[in-house]
Design a protein around this ligand. Sequence first.
Ligand code: UT7
Length: 327
Amino acid sequence: MQFRSRIVGIGSYLPRKRLHNNDLQEMVDTSDEWIIERTGIRERRIAGEREAASDLGYKASKRAIKDAGIRPEQIDTIIVATMSGDMPMPSTATLIQGRLGARNASAFDINAACSGFIFGLGVADSFIRSGMSRRLLLVGVEVNSRFIDWQDRTSCVLFGDGAGAVVMEATRSKAGIISTHLHSDGRHWNLIYVPGGGSRHPASEATVRDRMHFIKMRGNETFKLAVRTLEELAVKTLKANRIKASELSLLIPHQANLRIIKAIAKRLDLPMDKVIINLDKYGNTSSASIPIALDEAVRNGRIRKGDYILLMAFGSGLTWASALIRW
Ligand code: UT7
């Protein structure tokens, strides 16, 4: 039988500082009621002044490695999904590798924005299935707060910081990653983007003055596309694996907006007690949201051996992706 990849350890890390909707009311023209009603978010975590992506990612990785009961030297590949790495180079993955002492691993970043963790899962799964990797660390980490315009009420209420990590191994068992489905449509690149700081508009006094290093988002258009695309993707993923929505034990969606999540659950006729929600506590942590939610689900005993779990995400690019896992 061919190898499959399986999650054998999981961990997450959230920075200590909490920013409540009431705090945002003091900063921009918004209200706790509006944010809860339109998004479901109540508070989010913000990295400390000295904390960058690799610090959060390192802490989540240490927990995942401990959970897997392995040593860092046994890892052969480290993939970090992030759009808010410590610096343009080197990769955040190499920074985490160095601190872990995972000296036998190759390490690199991928960027698929909020879909980053599932894209990473797809890459990790192919590495393991092909025999290129036997034991891999996959991290989703974001310090979104550094890219937020705290004067823009349409985006600053949405995002938060955090990290989640999984250790994956080759297995011959029936459990593991059953399938991943990765999609992109670059025609919509300008629905969510950070215009400044790259080779198009390198940092200059003008880019700073024009607030080009912050996230720009056309929220409502993104929202409508997210609902439609994710509903279609959920149906397609189940169909590809010939399983019914009623056979799913859990849906773990990217935590962007409660209304988007409810629409997908409704389309699948899935009761909300089968859906993991933690955006009320953490907001949208982009590529970290799914591994954080998965970690909490495991810790809270929400996942049992043999369960079918559907992961889904949508984000800048545009990108969208799903993964079906048998635990
Ligand atoms: O993770 C990556 C993917 N990202 C997403 O999936 C985000 C998708 N988008 C969303 O979650 C929602 O579009 C938002 C939560 C961002 C906005 O909700 P919406 O229902 O789409 O509202 P809207 O943008 O249509 O704005 C409605 C009104 C506007 O006022 P007018 O023009 O009707 O007078 C906005 O100016 O709400 C206003 N508004 C706010 N009011 C109070 C926008 N932001 C705020 C705010 N507080 N923070």
